[in-house]
Design a protein around this ligand. Structure first.
Ligand code: FAD
Length: 385
């Protein structure tokens, strides 16, 4: 049998793409994962959701993703969306660039504000030293990334989509001009279109037929802490750009905590890297957190680990068909902020695949931007958007 579309990788991006293809009525869609849904970067994601982006497409995709996660909930699939509000602490150095971003985000229809710390909802939770202001977005927050991905997979299956876990794609079939399927356990599965949504492993897959894959796979450390009882804690995530740390609630007084850009990044082999966090990462993190948040003092470390970012040269994903390559679609390169983009990327990719066209804004996401020398330019760089 020839599939209409094969989607490789059931992270948030691939799961959403497969779902929206089925929702548009495509008959034969196969979603494959070499492991389980959310086994890649998605499952380890802090999954903080903010629409504060200096590049409008980041705001627009995230706002759309929030709506799509709400839709999943309404359809009876639990997406784990928690619109607790999102705060960002701003340093003197970032002030000048932050204010125009807040105005731009407002002009795109997102409710947001910039205030001094004393007037913010988190005034009592933050040591004010060096904090020149706070950005707040009431509709931001986070999602449970595993629930969200599983919800898309379940909704896809409910529409008749075929999902095969524990099924690794060994290579793409075809060449750098025309892709006709994928190789699985030595056999060819034919498809009209193959979507490469394999995250940090996307490079290996694309290179199997000689495609240009400008992808850095870097190790990203994270940790989980439990706060001592009786202390007031924030209800939603805080992206702290003064100390370069983020913290987002997990429930039960627990928080997932990691370091923000800029910081050193180390390239690794996605199939062979150190899975434990480094002790010096933990001690440095703890020092930053205890200094800033009185409620964090004495917190107990519950877990720590390393995961992977799939980073592109401009820290924006590659999504969509490429000029001169038929039967192939990119959907990778979340660059440390791709969870919140994933649902909307999936929906827009499904439309692009089926209609053969997209709008000017989403066309920017194609890998064609490399050859055309129009990489995204953002105000602060990295995964800050
Ligand atoms: C620690 C950490 C914190 C993060 N925090 C945030 C955040 O706060 N907010 C945010 O928006 N983003 C965040 N991100 C980024 C975000 O999680 C990712 O960009 C996003 O989840 C990537 O999703 P994906 O579906 O593109 O890729 P992945 O989730 O990596 O999925 C790829 C899938 O492909 C499968 N696969 C790979 N190769 C093959 C193959 N050959 N055959 C079959 N299957 C294959 C894998 O098993 C995997 O399930 C964070 C990432 C990490 C690691």
């Amino acid at each position: 049998m020839k599939y209409d579309v094969i989607v490789v990788g059931a992270g948030i991006t691939g799961a959403a793409t497969a779902y929206f293809l089925k929702k548009r009525g495509v008959a034969n869609v196969l979603l494959l994962d070499r492991d389980q849904p959310a086994a890649g970067g998605t499952g380890k994601s802090a999954a903080i959701i903010r629409q504060h982006y200096s590049v409008p497409i980041g705001t627009n995709l995230t706002r759309e993703s929030i709506g799509l996660l709400q839709d999943l909930n309404e359809a009876g699939f639990k997406s784990g969306l928690a619109q607790t509000g999102w705060h960002m602490l701003i340093s003197e150095e970032m002030l000048e660039g932050t204010l125009p971003t807040v105005e731009q985000v407002k002009s795109l229809g997102v409710e947001t504000e910039f205030t001094d710390l004393a007037s913010s909802r988190i005034a009592d939770l933050v040591n004010p030293e060096g904090v020149v202001g706070v950005v707040y977005e009431p509709t931001g927050g986070y999602a449970d990334p595993v629930h969200a991905t599983e919800a898309f997979v379940e909704a896809f299956k409910a529409l008749g989509g075929e999902f095969r876990p524990k099924t690794a794609v060994e290579a793409l079939v075809g060449d750098a001009k025309h892709v006709t399927g994928v190789k699985v356990a030595g056999e060819t599965l034919e498809a009209g279109v193959v979507v490469n949504a394999s995250g940090p492993w996307a490079g290996k897959l694309g290179e199997s037929i000689g495609l240009d894959m400008p992808l850095r796979v870097v190790r990203e450390q994270d940790s989980v802490w439990e706060i001592r009882p009786g202390r007031p804690i924030p209800e939603g995530p805080i992206s702290n750009q003064v100390d370069l740390v983020y913290a987002r609630p997990l429930g039960n007084r627990r928080f997932v905590v990691g370091r923000s850009f800029p910081k050193p990044y180390h390239d690794v082999d996605p199939d062979n890297y150190k899975l434990d966090a480094d002790e010096d990462f933990i001690s440095d993190l703890l020092e930053r957190l205890e200094r800033r948040y009185p409620w964090f003092q004495g917190a107990a470390r519950i877990d720590s680990y390393a995961a992977l970012y799939d980073a592109t040269p401009d820290w924006y994903p590659f999504a969509g068909p490429r000029a001169g390559v038929s039967g192939y679609v990119d959907a990778w390169g979340g660059s440390g902020h791709g969870f919140k983009l994933g649902p909307a990327m999936g929906r827009r990719l499904a439309d692009w695949i089926l209609d053969g066209k997209t709008d000017d804004e989403f066309r920017q996401m194609s890998h064609d931007r490399v050859a055309e020398d129009r990489l995204f330019v953002q105000r602060f760089g990295g995964n800050r958007g």
